[in-house]
Design a protein around this ligand. Sequence first.
Ligand code: CA
Length: 227
Amino acid sequence: MQRVLIVEDEVDIADLVMFNLQRAGYEVLKAHDGIRGTEMAIAERPDLIVLDLMLPGRDGYSVFREVRRDARSSHIPIIMLTARAQTEDRIQGLEAGADDYLSKPFSPKELVLRVNAILKRSEAPPGAVEFEYGPFRFDKNAVRFYLEKEPVDLTSTEFKLLLYLCERAEKTQDRNDLLRTVWGYSDEVHSRTLDTHMKRLRQKLGSHGAWVETVRGIGYRAAPPEA
Ligand code: CA
């Protein structure tokens, strides 16, 4: 059973989310402040974290940074929640590298759909479990990524994006197709988060970042870097 950690101080919302996730077949862990949330994320290593931004003890951005910094939890996908619907906050959350984002008030059903989308895309498809392209190797079963045989910590979103591009190497992938494949829908905010994820992904690929090419106005393409 996949486990979801909810970090939310508003007990009513946490309970409502828990109820809906449990009904969808998830095991749910709860933390009501940022300090406990950080501890649980690192100690329990859930499959996904639903993280509110406005928290006592330690705010959601700080929890987010710590969870991402710690090697034990850096791969865990995170959906951010906020009470504030301003675009600036949404963009800040996505640029911090959240896998997805919901503004309050949100429908618990919508949250469950997004949790499903993120966790489903982490599952290995039947058939081949290993895929190699250039210096990259993907272990689809374990959702592990290797760069010239060295493991590199990618989030599940980064893994999915890079694998999608590499499995269709040397063909440009349209932005909207990438958004729909990875996030399940495309809109302006997610269009921006696509670029943020690509930027972070390239940083993690270091000198091999050039294997992912930006095709201006269209999308992205995996291809051998030009000499
Ligand atoms: Ca809150």
